[in-house]
Design a protein around this ligand. Structure first.
Ligand SMILES: [Zn+2]
Length: 223
């Protein structure tokens, strides 16, 4: 009995560490993307930076859920933990949909306003490529921990990191196009990233709804 709980604690620590690595990496990437995206006139990189900001919020929720489930193990408070996860997922879902729509809206505004199109600086491409590599590495790291700890929330978090790598790839393609003289490609990349952010929010919200209805509504009145 005690050896199983020790083993469980070891797994919890590994899961916590993975979530914390994700927070630190996302904070660093988000700062780079927003600062360089702004200085290098890249709508695509800026949009991806805003996306990473939303990722930080998602990371915060993963940490909160891991902490709650860690404290709920020895009590029969599993249900309330699930409820927190659902509420957190719904909040982040709304945040993502709003962020995605706002990104889409502002980049389409810039597409229409082609007059003040300035071509994107090469530094934006360097950052976008760095983000692709970093997010792919994060995907592999979190997935290995998720498999070891059998944490479903970490599996979801890992796949999210993989989709972030794809989002950064789209930003990179847009920047390349802009550097080649097609200024609109950077704005279109930002619009696509906006749609991806909103879609992610929609999927998360749908899953949270589905999970909360699939779950049997057992009454475990919390003390
Ligand atoms: Zn993301």
């Amino acid at each position: 009995m005690s050896s199983t709980s020790e083993h469980g604690r070891e797994k919890q620590d590994a899961a916590f560490k993975a979530a914390q690595v994700s927070v630190l990496l996302n904070a660093a990437l988000m700062t780079m993307q927003i600062v360089i995206g702004w200085l290098a006139y890249s709508d695509g990189l800026l949009a991806d930076g805003v996306h990473t900001l939303a990722d930080l919020a998602a990371d915060g929720m993963v940490l909160a859920v891991l902490r709650l489930s860690a404290t709920a193990v020895h009590r029969s408070a599993r249900d309330s933990c699930d409820r927190y996860e659902t509420i957190g997922s719904l909040l982040i879902s709304f945040l993502l949909i709003a962020t995605g729509m706002e990104t889409l809206w502002s980049s389409l505004g810039h597409v229409a306003n082609e007059a003040n199109a300035s071509s994107v600086h090469a530094s934006a491409l360097v950052v976008a490529v760095f983000v692709i590599v970093a997010k792919e590495a994060l995907f592999r790291y979190i997935m290995s921990v998720a498999k070891r700890t059998r944490s479903t929330i970490l599996v979801a978090s890992a796949w999210h990191a993989r989709s972030d790598a794809i989002s950064a790839l789209i930003a990179a393609v847009g920047i390349l196009g802009s550097m080649a003289g097609l200024a609109i490609s950077d704005r279109l990349a930002a619009a696509v990233i906006g749609i991806m952010i909103a879609r992610m929010g929609f999927n998360l919200g749908r899953k949270a709804f589905k999970d909360s209805f699939d779950r049997p509504a057992s009454e475990t009145a919390g003390q």
